[in-house]
Design a protein around this ligand. Structure first.
Ligand SMILES: [Zn+2]
Length: 272
């Protein structure tokens, strides 16, 4: 699984944590996972190594209970494959993925860095594991109403998380390319250009050929020139596109946008 999460630090400790000499956890398909189970460590501090040691030595379990541990500085420790059926919510283990936030939230608060990392982690996991629709506190699982874990209010955590989802975490996508038609002196060309980020881009070679312009390809600098003029071209699938304004200047054309027909209308210059 890809665990590169924008603006989060993930340490892969899956192979370095203490584990049982002989016992091994069972495995599942990622699509068996239905929920993320939130836990606190119920210790004021602690490391994944310490938790794994306790779970193996004291509890006699195959390995650490959690799939992820989030330290106070927001670093996410990746402890088990999502496919691992580890022990953390008893009868629900097969369908739950365990996320432990380090701290004792009966007396402490999760840090802002921990909550931020938890939100980014869950958001990332829900993309990778679409069946993981629910985010529940340990005590919301059947048989655990008595257990004060994760000891922070899950209702607030979920509503903060749903607001979090609406904020763009990743960089915004490149502006969309909207195809546009091109006409020359009133007749439609068989090629199209596109509108991207407010700039009309036209296919250099086709428009230059149609207007008798000379196209040069400068291999050394990977530059396209039209009638000797350098263009701010963009190569898409092997074809060069350049801004309509630059094309018009290089080919002595007038360019006009017709929004009704979504067409860039090119006309030969009126020479006096
Ligand atoms: Zn718990």
């Amino acid at each position: 699984m890809n665990m590169t999460i924008p603006d989060a630090r993930v340490m892969d400790v899956r192979t370095s944590l203490p584990r049982h000499k002989t016992l091994r956890y069972g495995r599942r398909k990622p699509s068996d996972i239905r929920s993320a189970a939130m836990h606190h460590s119920a210790t004021k501090s602690g490391t994944p190594e310490a938790f794994a040691g306790y779970h193996v030595t004291t509890n006699g379990w195959p390995g650490i209970a959690y799939h992820f541990v989030i330290q106070k500085d927001g670093v996410i420790y990746w402890c088990n494959d999502p496919e691992t059926i580890s022990y953390h919510v008893d009868n629900s283990n097969r369908h739950a993925l365990g996320i432990c936030i380090v701290g004792d939230f009966r007396t402490q608060q999760p840090t802002a860095a921990q909550l931020d990392a938890a939100n980014r982690l869950i958001q990332h996991l829900q993309v990778q594991i679409p069946t993981m629709k629910q985010v529940l506190g340990h005590q919301e699982y059947p048989g655990y109403a008595w257990k004060n874990c994760p000891a922070f209010p899950m209702g607030k955590f979920r509503s903060d998380y749903s607001q979090y989802l609406q904020k763009p975490v990743d960089k915004p996508d490149k502006p969309q390319q909207v195809p546009v038609a091109i006409s020359l002196n009133g007749s439609l060309l068989s090629v199209t250009g596109f509108l991207q980020g407010g700039v009309f881009m036209l296919p250099v070679r086709a428009v230059a050929n149609a207007t008798g312009g000379k196209v040069e390809w400068i291999a050394a600098t990977q530059d396209v020139r039209v009638n000797g003029k350098d263009l701010n071209e963009k190569i898409i699938e092997g074809s060069a596109y350049a801004p309509a304004r630059e094309m018009a200047a290089a080919l002595c054309l007038q360019a006009e946008w017709d929004g009704k027909t979504q067409t860039v209308k090119l006309r030969g210059c009126v020479t006096e």
